[in-house]
Write a protein that binds this ligand. Structure first.
Ligand SMILES: Nc1ncnc2c1ncn2[C@@H]1O[C@H](COP(=O)(O)OP(=O)(O)OP(=O)(O)O)[C@@H](O)[C@H]1O
Ligand SMILES: [Mg+2]
Length: 228
């Protein structure tokens, strides 16, 4: 059985799209395909005007490096590198010169409010701080799209709220498009639109109005239903 089947959707530039659904429904598979990690057995994926099916493996690697930033549930920072070096890493892979790399890494750490943590190792930072560094790393090569797989899954609610605010600010200031897989009501409230996925298919689309309704009613039960 295919992990995904008959899925068709578009995302606008500068939109924050949420993906919700039960475990095993295909959310991570979907995100990985959009990010050029793996190829669909049929169908097409077009990101920022590029049809991924037309790219060879080398071009797909460049695509991932230049067009996509990833943020993960457990941050996935390199434990032996400090914050600045972690943010420099994608620029390193993209052959950015060392001075430019350092300058930009510091700039990005300032953008995410981590200017006081330049030389801290991941083990010397809280989860919320590590995730902000991971966001700075995702921004390194200035990608138009950032993908998040449960980015608040390991955070306390205050850090989760701060992350959602950061994501909304980046969307506003840099017009970055976000696609975020989540089980977290706080994240859903920050999305412009949400799809619920089940058995590899999009079951339902929730508009900004639906999301605002959840927010205003503070009706956690209906939100939980959405998130199931
Ligand atoms: N590498 C793989 N090889 C074969 N099947 C896989 C692989 N990865 C995932 N699957 C299957 O694809 C389906 C979708 O998995 P996916 O990881 O996308 O789910 P998910 O919605 O992200 O779940 P979760 O919320 O638990 O992270 C599942 O049935 C899973 O068993
Ligand atoms: Mg998953």
């Amino acid at each position: 059985m295919p992990a995904l089947n008959g899925i068709s959707f578009g995302v606008k530039k500068g939109e924050i799209l949420g993906i919700v659904g039960p475990s095993g429904s295909g959310k991570t598979t979907l995100l990985n395909l959009v990010g050029g990690m793996g190829r669909p057995s049929s169908g097409s994926i077009i990101v920022d005007g590029e049809d991924l099916s037309e790219l060879n493996d080398g071009e797909l690697t460049d695509f991932r490096l230049e067009k996509i930033g990833f943020i993960f549930q457990f941050y996935n920072l390199i434990s032996t590198l400090d914050a600045e070096e972690n943010v420099e890493l994608p620029m390193n892979l993209a052959n950015v010169q060392v001075e430019e790399r350092q300058k930009r890494a510091r700039e990005l750490l300032r953008v995410v409010g981590m200017e006081h943590r330049f030389d801290h190792l991941p083990s010397q930072m809280s989860g919320g701080e590590q995730q902000r560094v991971a966001v700075a790393r995702a921004l390194a090569n200035n990608p138009p799209v950032i993908l998040g797989d449960e980015p608040t899954g390991d955070l306390d609610s205050k850090s989760a709220k701060n992350l959602v605010e950061l994501i909304r600010a980046l969307r506003r200031d840099k017009k970055i498009t976000f696609i975020i897989v989540t089980h977290d009501p706080l994240v859903v409230e920050g999305c412009d639109r949400v799809y619920s996925v089940r058995d590899g298919k999009i079951m339902k689309e929730f508009s900004q109005t639906d999301i605002n309704h959840f927010k205003l009613s503070r009706n956690r039960d209906s939100l939980d239903e959405l998130l199931m």
